[in-house]
Design a protein around this ligand. Structure first.
Ligand SMILES: [Zn+2]
Ligand SMILES: [Zn+2]
Length: 295
């Protein structure tokens, strides 16, 4: 099972770089209060059985996390070999070592590091769709369980000053009623006890879905779409951008570009899932939140 559940974890974690092991450590201390809370969780589970976010199987005892053991194993975790900079997995050469991808060799990205937990497929893709388009907001903590497993990048990145969600355009926000990246960022920051700011980075122009565009069109599509409304929050700061899906990296890169221009010292781009770098989008109709979607 994944380790994190809402209401526990993170409260004792400092703002220093946090490894997965370090982040989980406070939960493992034996304390009467933790025993009581575990007992309370077990009683709660008996009344309200937990449902696995992957297979929808329910269980009765107080297991941690939102994904059962079987689903956790089958989630398509992104791991080495991958690009140490943008996190792109090398699915076609599983025996190779980590190395820079073509995009990073060309210095295509402005963010300092990008990481995604899993490939955008299967149950994760379904939960993200249900969160975004089905208003099933209760999947947000289950997706943050996956985000928590990406924290290895923090060791090299250093202390994080602020977490920002990739913003929605105002019109889309009114239409959807919420920003899924904001939900994920809020929960992620809460678990790591790191500050999350809303309204610092804004989306001033609606854009088309990125996956239907070529490389040049993607760049043009997001150019000028974002602006830093409150530069005082990012100037000389280490910023973590949160989104649900890394599709082409163009949207996150444009966000990083305006943040750097506003004085951000370092920018990490972290997403729950990443579209496999094979040109296929696994039947996704609107991956990431890179575009405008008609009602
Ligand atoms: Zn399951
Ligand atoms: Zn790369």
């Amino acid at each position: 099972m994944l380790r994190f559940r809402p209401g526990d974890g993170g409260a004792d974690v400092s703002q220093e770089a946090v490894s997965r092991k370090d982040a989980a450590a406070p939960q493992r201390r034996w304390r009467p209060s933790s025993m009581i809370s575990r007992l309370a969780a077990a009683i709660l589970d008996l009344c309200l059985p937990r449902t696995c976010a992957g297979c929808r199987r329910t269980w009765l005892l107080a297991e941690e996390g939102y994904w059962c053991s079987d689903c956790t194993l089958g989630l398509g975790w992104i791991k080495s070999p991958r690009c140490p900079s943008c996190g792109a997995p090398f699915l076609d050469s599983p025996q190779s070592d980590d190395h820079l991808c073509g995009d990073c060799l060309r210095n295509s990205f402005t963010f300092d590091v990008a990481r995604s937990a899993v490939l955008y497929a299967g149950g994760v893709r379904d939960r993200i769709h249900q969160l975004k388009f089905g208003r099933q907001l209760h999947w947000s903590p289950a997706l943050v369980d996956l985000l928590m497993e990406t924290c290895d990048w923090m060791k090299a990145f250093g202390p994080v000053d602020v977490i920002l969600p990739v913003p929605l355009h105002r019109q889309r926000l009114q239409q959807r009623g919420f920003n899924q990246a904001g939900l994920l960022a809020a929960e992620f920051g809460r678990r790591l006890s790191m500050p999350v700011r809303f309204g610092v980075l804004g989306r001033q122009r609606a854009t088309q879905p990125q996956t239907r565009l070529g490389r040049r069109e993607r760049l043009e599509n997001v150019q000028g779409a974002f602006a830093v409304a409150k530069p005082e929050w990012v100037r000389d700061q280490s910023v973590v951008l949160i989104d649900d899906v890394f599709t082409t990296g163009t949207t996150l890169n444009e966000c990083a570009r305006v943040l750097k221009r506003a004085g951000a010292r370092r920018v990490a781009a972290v997403t729950v899932a990443r579209v496999a770098p094979d040109g296929h989008v696994h039947g996704v109709d609107d991956p990431g939140d890179s575009g405008w979607r008609a009602a």
